[in-house]
Design a protein around this ligand. Structure first.
Ligand SMILES: C[C@@](CO)(OP(=O)(O)O)[C@H](O)COP(=O)(O)OP(=O)(O)OC[C@H]1O[C@@H](n2ccc(N)nc2=O)[C@H](O)[C@@H]1O
Ligand SMILES: Nc1ncnc2c1ncn2[C@@H]1O[C@H](COP(=O)(O)OP(=O)(O)O)[C@@H](O)[C@H]1O
Length: 300
């Protein structure tokens, strides 16, 4: 049997970050939003005692270890161990989501493996049981299992789905190089003395429910942006270029360095991407829509 899962990247439409907790994590109030940039995870049944084997390909596979440190491999082991089954599977990940870019690509791969192996191993676990395993792998992984749009609290693992009444059009400006999530959180704690509990702006959920792009744009905010800019000052000119080119709003996605811009509509997004490609100091642009969800395909 072969199971293939397309798993979307995420952006944070709003990301409010509280002070550091005793366990080293930060409480968040965030609106996760999955967008149409996908990694493809393929899982083949081997059932021959050879364990978990991973191959990586695609535009962002270079430099990524395919060993036990990879979140895809860790996800297969975590699910096998939680379910009490042998961790035998051949995995392939086609990476189109940039790595360490604030787009949760590693979390997407882990979620793809959980969804794929759930079918491959005949577990038929419901999503809430999968998201429990997901939370042991990373704070963003439960959302990556769900996709769509959701309010995230706790360290990001507590989720409440938000229904979005239509498509939103985004442009991602992908920067060269990576930013380490823990490093950006550390910088945030250094530059911000007294953070209060994280709170979402009122009206953001209603704006998302109406897919009202100008109202969504008015709510967009990221507490990590100042820290990402302090580590990568060149992001400022990308944000300025997007705003000057007609984006309704532009912020850093999660811990960065990707910048995300909301466009009024599809043609507006295409035009914005064209201007950004020519004027912003970014590696590439991606025109995407949200919300997107993981899709599972089974072939015997
Ligand atoms: C910032 C966010 C926003 O959605 O996304 P990215 O920009 O990385 O995609 C997330 O909080 C990233 O979540 P994720 O990448 O899963 O992080 P984890 O593996 O759980 O944690 C890595 C490290 O980040 C810090 N961390 C993470 C989550 C959180 N709520 N508070 C934290 O302080 C901790 O130092 C932790 O050791
Ligand atoms: N399958 C994977 N894809 C991407 N990164 C991975 C993967 N497995 C492990 N990692 C590690 O996880 C870290 C975070 O990656 P990623 O999820 O792409 O970034 P971000 O947290 O910024 O959204 C990277 O430093 C990378 O080395």
């Amino acid at each position: 049997m072969r199971v293939t899962v397309r798993v979307p990247a995420k952006i944070n439409v709003v990301l409010r970050v509280g002070p550091p907790r005793a366990d080293g994590f930060h409480d968040l109030a965030t609106v996760f939003h999955a967008v149409s940039l996908f990694d493809d995870v393929t899982a083949d049944d081997v059932a021959d005692g050879t364990g978990v084997r991973l191959t990586l390909d695609g535009p962002y596979a270079r430099g990524l270890a395919a060993d036990e440190s990879n979140l895809a491999v860790r996800a297969a082991h975590a699910l096998a161990s939680a379910a009490g089954v042998a961790a035998d599977v051949r995995l392939r990940v086609h990476k189109s989501i940039p790595v360490a870019a604030g787009l949760a690509g590693g979390s997407a791969d882990a979620a793809g493996v959980l969804l794929a192996c759930n079918r491959l191993w005949g577990l038929h676990w419901p999503v809430p049981r999968l998201t429990e395993v997901a939370a042991t792998l990373g704070s963003d992984v439960p959302f990556s299992v769900l996709g769509g749009t959701a309010l995230g609290t706790g360290r990001g693992e507590r989720l409440e789905p938000v229904r979005v009444g239509g498509e939103l059009h985004w442009v991602l400006a992908v920067a060269d190089g990576e930013l380490s999530t823990p490093e950006v959180y550390r910088r945030l704690d250094e530059i911000r003395a007294d953070a209060g509990p994280p709170e979402l702006p009122s009206g953001v959920v209603a704006a998302m429910e109406r897919a009202d792009a100008p109202a969504v744009a008015a709510s967009m905010a990221n507490d990590m942006e100042a820290a990402a800019l302090s580590l990568r000052p060149s992001l400022r000119s990308t944000l300025d270029a997007g705003r000057a080119a007609g984006a309704l709003a532009g912020i850093v996605s999660g811990s960065g360095p990707t910048c995300v811009f909301l466009a009024p509509d599809g043609p507006g997004a295409a035009a914005l991407a064209q201007v950004l490609s020519a004027s912003a100091p970014c590696r590439t642009t991606e025109v995407v829509t949200g919300p997107a969800v993981p899709t599972v395909h089974v072939a015997s």
